[in-house]
Write a protein of this length. Structure first.
Length: 242
């Protein structure tokens, strides 16, 4: 548990960079692509957190990555992955996917549906070891999430059920909160909380709406609560430990 006093930096959805094309609506938590702010390039080990909506039959055509842990979480629809190492997979809500780019990989991410958009959160974390062999993994954790509380999505610390990332100082958690339900954030050196569906009330910070984020230094377990009169919430929390 961190010894210093926690600090909370709230970033509102309306303040985020946005990329909009005929097939993509993407909102960026940090500098990305043609959007650059030297004061907003990362938080802890998290370099990218994009909330993407991709139209039917469209997507990101084959493109390269290197030395990055890429985690994808689907909120609506389905997303098809193919890469140059021969890995393929289609993920839907309740699925987590990890691609370790390692020494270099090409991949595509396509919405295979002819009718329904796909919405997903894609997050990039710096690995603790570079030039690894590229690899891919997915897992289905919908049943675990239905039980309530935090569920590990991606972990470098060996959490059961989570996809493995090559970063021993990072863990991604998800919680789906019923109206009135609360969870305590991880106690850690840093926590990045993203409200994928909202709203929630964050102890010490107030109300966060869908698309809002909190960057917390020296988190001491602040409560996040779905208001009793609301629709419930889905939240993602990256935990970073020194």
């Amino acid at each position: 548990m961190p010894a210093s006093e926690p600090t909370i930096d709230i970033r509102r959805a309306a303040e985020r960079f946005a990329t909009r094309t005929s097939w993509l609506n993407s909102r960026h938590s940090f500098s990305f692509g043609g959007h650059y702010d030297p004061e907003n390039t990362h938080f802890g080990l998290l370099l990218v957190s994009n909330d993407d909506i991709v139209q039917p039959g469209s997507g990101f055509l084959t493109h390269p990555h290197r030395d990055m842990e890429i985690v994808t979480w689907v909120l609506e629809g389905e997303l098809e992955h193919k890469d140059s190492e021969g890995h393929t997979g289609v993920i839907v809500p309740g699925d987590a996917q990890r691609m370790s780019a390692g020494r270099g990989i090409y991949h595509s991410e396509i919405n295979p549906s002819g009718q329904t958009p796909v919405r997903f959160i894609q997050m990039w974390v710096v690995p603790d070891t570079n030039h690894l062999d590229p690899s891919y993994q997915d897992t289905h954790i919908a049943a675990e999430i239905a039980h309530g509380g935090w569920v590990p999505v991606a972990s470098g610390r060996g959490h059961d059920g989570a996809v493995r990332i090559h970063q021993r100082h990072a863990t991604l958690w998800v919680a789906r909160l019923k109206p009135g339900e609360a969870v305590g954030l991880p106690g850690a050196d840093g926590v990045h909380l993203y409200v994928a569906r909202g709203p929630v009330e964050l102890e010490g910070a107030g109300r966060l709406e869908e698309g809002d984020a909190a960057r917390i230094v020296a988190s001491d377990g602040q409560a996040a609560t779905a208001p009793a009169d609301g629709p419930g919430a889905e939240i993602l929390a990256w935990e970073f430990r020194a």
